[in-house]
Design a binder for this molecule. Structure first.
Ligand code: F6R
Length: 605
């Protein structure tokens, strides 16, 4: 939800900002802008509706030598997509960029009489006006007074006209990290923009001020007491954040899944058994609960659905899956005997963060499964299980989903051990079947071209239906989300047995139905449901295990996954569904990595 970057130092600021915005563009791509303010030069502002490439074109002819500036790529919330609403915003002596939402901006406009001075429709400009209103030559005082007035989430980078070469940063909820190398200081929404310069960074603590100077970076509390930043290191390099010859990030990330699985699973095995000593996750967390509540959004929530389908029959305790944005408004039945598992790739999704905070208030222990190190959700959880997917740049999540699943499988296995459901031999057998997921995924990738034919059918469709039973239904939910978000085809997933209770009315000649039938004990039942849609003319794409008996006339296209036991079929099936969505979107000529209306990190409610 908006990408922000700030730089001051010896390098060409415009170059640093534009490069950074390209890295951050996955966070929002409605419009982009930069403002430069270094000593000896007038303040300069350029902002344009459209992607960062449009901004870059507008900057191409600029002959400026500037060493300090801020840049922004927007995901519109308040105010339409146009040049005026794009950031940075200027108000008097203040120039700023913002990620977040100022909820009380209407009230502030009235209280401070800003009605006639605003030029945009944004909440951000109101904040800029307020900073300027309170600015009397002391930026610390102006920031302190302004944020006292603000309700909502924000990460601000502010430049004051009479203090060139310095950037002031403050945040509440919305993410922001900072770094310093000799002669340069940086701030950004996330570390991907800083990787070309350093892998050492710190997360700016909420309500603390960071001042970027060429030769120093200062962290202090709002009373002006200097503090030591807690530095973190990124374990991946710049190559990991590039496309490396793939036409899209999404395809690259789909191919990175075997490695991501290995990186997530192998370091947690000790003598073939799950061991979370390094993660500092004690067995008492697993043995001391009566129920599990999984909370997440979107794809991460669908990983949770698979987790539920796996854990409930295995552990024989209730497992609920909760949509984070609903959870806090439905009085969840969560207490100190509940283990809350929060799942988030970014670790910054605000709905998920709010659900985490509520769970803790209710007395539950929170274990989070998070990909981004040091993110807010990771820091606020009682325990963190980091996934090691590396940076996920494509807006549609693929490899993060895969490792969220692997994490849930490892947790389920360790929990079964801690609760006496599994003896060591059972757990070892479970782990070895989990490890078979890696070659199974590789096999699907090796034959990926076969999936293009099915995609060419889907590309012509208006609607598509995904059906499955049990675990297959849980996988189908994610398959349908993937297809709709990047191909704009209306897609829904249904429990296969539920079709005849209404949805089958939508099946017409050639309506694509993707049927997932990998669960042995309900295979026959699922095939009966497939016959029902086929009898009504559906175009059936069927996914089964390799060794399943597939009647000749039951489908139009058949994909077989390597033989494996029922609990583990999600891994290869997920790759087929991801590739189906990918090729369909690509064949339609759409922007696969940056689908319309979306952004990678959802930091607004
Ligand atoms: C879909 C997708 C989203 C995210 C959701 C949660 O492909 O990526 O549905 O899964 O916005 O994001 P995180 O996992 O960052 O909390």
């Amino acid at each position: 939800m908006c990408g922000i970057i700030g730089y001051t130092g010896q390098m060409d600021a415009l170059k640093v900002l534009l490069n950074g915005l390209e890295q951050l563009e996955y966070r929002g791509y409605d419009s982009a802008g930069v403002a430069l303010l270094s000593s000896g030069h007038d303040r300069l502002l350029i902002k344009k509706a459209g992607p960062v490439a449009t901004l870059k074109e507008s900057c191409a002819e600029l002959k400026v030598e500037s060493h300090c500036g801020i840049g922004h790529t927007r995901w519109a919330t308040h105010g339409g997509v146009n040049d005026i609403n794009a950031h940075p915003h200027i108000a008097g002596r203040v120039t700023l960029i913002h990620n977040g939402i100022i909820e009380n901006y209407h009230n502030l406009i009235e209280r401070f009489g800003f009605q006639d001075s605003l030029v945009s429709e944004t909440d951000t400009e109101v904040a800029a006006r307020l900073f300027d209103y309170y600015y009397e030559g002391n930026p610390r005082e102006a920031i302190k007074k302004t944020i006292r007035e603000l309700t909502g989430a924000y990460a601000f980078c502010i430049m004051f006209e009479d203090i060139p070469d310095e950037i002031f940063c403050i945040r509440n909820v919305s993410p922001m990290v900072a770094a310093h190398i000799e002669g340069s200081s940086f701030v950004a929404s996330d570390v991907t923009a800083l990787i070309p310069y350093t892998n050492r960074y710190f997360v700016i603590p909420e309500y603390e001020l960071v001042i970027l100077k060429k030769d120093d970076i200062i962290l202090e509390d709002l009373d002006g007491n200097r503090k030591e930043p807690e530095f973190l290191e990124v374990s991946w390099n710049l190559e990991a954040a590039k496309k490396n010859g793939f036409p899209h990030y999404m395809l690259k990330e789909i191919h990175e899944q075997p490695e991501a699985l290995r990186n997530t699973i192998l370091p947690r095995l000790e003598n073939g058994l799950p061991d979370f000593t390094e993660d500092r996750i004690p067995d008492s967390l697993f043995s001391g609960c009566d129920k599990i509540a999984i909370v997440a959004c979107g794809t991460a929530m669908y990983a949770g659905m698979v987790g539920k389908a796996l854990m409930e029959p295995l552990l024989k305790i209730p497992v609920s899956v909760n949509i984070a944005s609903e959870y806090r408004y439905e009085s969840p039945l969560v207490d100190e005997r509940t283990l809350v598992i929060v799942i988030s790739q970014s670790g910054e999704t605000i709905d998920t963060l709010a659900a985490l905070r509520l769970s803790k208030e209710l007395g539950a222990k929170v274990l989070s499964i998070v990909n981004v190190k040091g993110s807010t959700i990771a820091r606020e959880s009682d325990h963190v299980f980091y996934t090691h997917a590396g940076p996920e740049i494509a807006v549609a999540s693929t490899k993060a989903y895969m490792v969220q699943l692997a994490s849930l499988y490892l947790i389920a296995c360790r929990m079964a051990m801690a609760r006496g459901v599994y003896q060591e031999t059972d757990a070892a057998a479970f782990v070895s079947r989990l490890l078979e997921a890696v070659p199974a995924v590789e096999k699907i990738l090796a034959k990926k071209d076969r999936i293009k034919t099915a995609a060419s059918i889907l590309a012509k469709a208006q609607d598509a239906f995904f059906v499955g039973r049990g675990l297959d239904y849980a996988f189908s939910l994610e398959g349908s989300l993937k297809l709709k978000e990047i191909s704009y085809i209306h897609a829904e997933a249904y429990a296969a047995g539920e079709l005849k209770h209404g949805t089958i009315a939508l099946i017409e000649k050639q309506t694509p139905v993707i049927a997932v039938a990998t669960q042995d004990h309900i295979y026959g039942k699922t095939l009966s449901n497939v016959r029902e849609v086929r009898a009504r003319g559906a175009f059936v794409i069927l996914i089964t295990k390799k060794d399943a008996e597939v009647p000749e006339d039951i489908c139009d296209i058949h994909f077989a996954i390597p033989a494996s036991s029922d609990q583990f079929t999600v891994f290869p099936v997920a790759v087929i569904l991801q590739l189906l969505a990918y090729y369909t979107s690509d064949m339609k000529g759409l922007n696969v990595d940056k689908p319309r209306n979306l952004a990678k990190s959802v930091t607004v409610e």
